[in-house]
Write a protein that binds this ligand. Structure first.
Ligand code: MLT
Length: 202
């Protein structure tokens, strides 16, 4: 079934921490972000699915027509499949609402989850995210927190696009923190530090 994602699950060792939903970038897999998850939320449960789309053999969470141009219909149904997987994983493992930690393509589907399934996520850390789609109706995201970490020299995500995503989430009522780092599309130590500090405030 499309909602049966290949995934890794690491149980919590510290009670009371929100579980992390780890969403890798293009060409990654379910193992990639486990060390990052453990670094930013030590002891939290980690749920890490692998994207089901293959682009030239590289796993992704939804199809794109070209760099930064997304297949809207595919994104819609992949977002719904991932939401169903999260719901099932929460039920079977008695998990609280997770905080997504997504990088690049994973951050983009995390943003899509926020916009299409308000209330599913406790919050989201969006690393190098862009606007996944423009919703017809603004969802209500009061009580949801989002940390956007963008790269000032990111060749894939224009500054105006990540600003627009921050604005879209804030308009929906989410508590948004947007930091622009002196980096490109790749991750840096500052991402780890800022994500850990932000999670500690949730
Ligand atoms: C995407 O396709 O989601 C973004 O362009 C990021 C990427 O995967 O390169």
């Amino acid at each position: 079934m499309a909602t049966d994602f290949v995934h890794r699950f690491v149980p919590a060792t510290v009670p009371g921490r929100a579980p992390l939903l780890l969403l890798h970038g293009t060409g990654g897999n379910e193992n990639d972000l486990l060390p990052l998850g453990a670094a930013v939320a030590p002891g939290a449960a980690l749920l890490s699915p692998r994207g089901q789309v293959l682009e030239n053999g590289m796993p992704r969470f939804f199809r794109r027509l070209s760099e930064g141009v997304f297949d809207a219909e595919d994104l819609r149904h992949r977002t719904d499949d991932l939401a169903a997987f999260i719901g099932k994983a929460r039920d079977s493992r008695a998990l609280a609402a997770p905080v997504a930690l997504g990088f690049s393509n994973g951050a983009n589907i995390a943003a899509s989850l926020l916009l299409r399934h308000p209330g599913l996520l406790r919050g989201a850390i969006l690393l190098r995210a862009m606007v996944p789609f423009r919703p017809d109706d603004t969802p209500r995201l009061d009580g949801t927190a989002a940390l956007l970490l963008s790269g000032r020299a990111d060749p894939i995500v224009p500054a105006a696009n990540s600003d627009m995503l921050a604005e879209l989430l804030a308009q929906a009522g989410a508590t948004v923190t947007h930091r622009r780092l002196p980096v490109g599309h790749g991750l840096s130590q500052a991402d780890v530090t800022l994500a850990r500090e932000w999670l500690a405030t949730l």
